[in-house]
Design a protein around this ligand. Structure first.
Ligand code: ZN
Length: 294
């Protein structure tokens, strides 16, 4: 089995209630990245946030400062997000990644591409109405081809974010037709906490994705869950040779007990599971070699 690749999903657009350890500023994100890599992560994924308020930011300067701060502190595969998927303008989606590539210290190693367009419905039992009337993840085929080409042109490896079985069929089609490389890191997303666009974050919800990972693609897949504790899914993935994408961006992980955990503590919890299953942990260099990343 491959050594275990752990992607630390540091902050997304999550706020500090209930867990105050969600990093916002470039330095906070970089400190967390360093601690996560020391704990066993090899990929670090972040969203730029206003340093004081945590408000989502699309500021290229913040994205670049964060990448630079991470590289000052540790060796990691740096994966900033693209512009919000609800934005339809290509430059707004990937312009910051192209600007960052001008300097080796700030470039992105990897960027996520969501291989689906989705109605972002929010509903939980007890709500009398489904929310999200106008929210669409906007990822038409032409947009995805253009984003993949522009990312690869500046040396950023696409990460395939998988939302459903259709995403996996599109992954195979994109790999077969050269839009995406045949060796690819793919995160199998499940969604909880009221986000009903993905598979449920249950063993069956994840397994349905695992079962449709295309055999002809050298797919290095990882389990992820937005909106709930993913440690059970992490174990399911680890047992089957998969990898893990996890962090405070997805869930506060207060279940770990004691003070609210840091991202590094969440990574440690994954490493503990891996050790029980005899799975070794990939270093950033080993992950880079496996994915043929720079
Ligand atoms: Zn993200």
């Amino acid at each position: 089995m491959d050594k275990l690749i752990i992607d630390a999903r540091l902050n997304e657009y999550t706020f500090r209630e209930p867990n105050p350890n969600v990093p916002y500023s470039p330095n906070e994100i970089a400190r967390d990245a360093e601690a996560c890599v020391a704990a066993g992560a090899s990929i670090v994924h972040y969203h730029a946030r206003e340093p004081e308020t945590g408000a989502p930011s699309s500021d290229t300067g913040l994205y670049a400062a964060t990448a630079r701060a991470i590289r000052d502190r540790c060796d990691a595969i740096v994966m900033p997000t693209l512009g919000a998927n609800t934005v339809t303008d290509l430059d707004a989606r990937i312009g910051h990644v192209e600007s960052m590539a001008a300097d080796a210290a700030t470039r992105a190693d990897m960027v996520p591409l969501d291989l689906a367009s989705l109605s972002l419905g929010m509903w939980q039992k007890g709500m009398d109405e489904v929310r999200g009337d106008d929210l669409v993840y906007y990822n038409p085929i032409g947009t995805l081809k253009a984003l993949a080409a522009r990312a690869r042109a500046v040396g950023a490896l696409p990460m395939a974010a998988i939302w459903n079985v259709g995403s996996l069929r599109l992954l195979e089609a994109f790999c077969e037709t050269g839009v995406l490389p045949n060796t690819i890191f793919a995160e199998l997303f499940t969604t909880e906490g009221g986000l009903i666009s993905g598979h449920p974050g249950t063993p069956a919800g994840l397994q349905a994705l695992i079962d449709f990972v295309p055999a002809r693609v050298d797919c290095v897949w990882a389990a992820a869950c937005y909106g709930a504790n993913a440690l059970g899914l992490a174990e399911q993935a680890i047992e089957q040779g998969g990898h893990v994408a996890i962090g405070l961006g997805d869930h506060p992980y207060l279940e770990l007990g004691g003070d609210p955990p840091t991202n590094a503590r969440v990574v440690e919890a994954v490493v503990e599971i891996a050790r029980r299953h005899g799975r070794e942990i990939a270093t950033p260099a080993e992950t880079r070699a496996r994915l043929a990343a720079r």
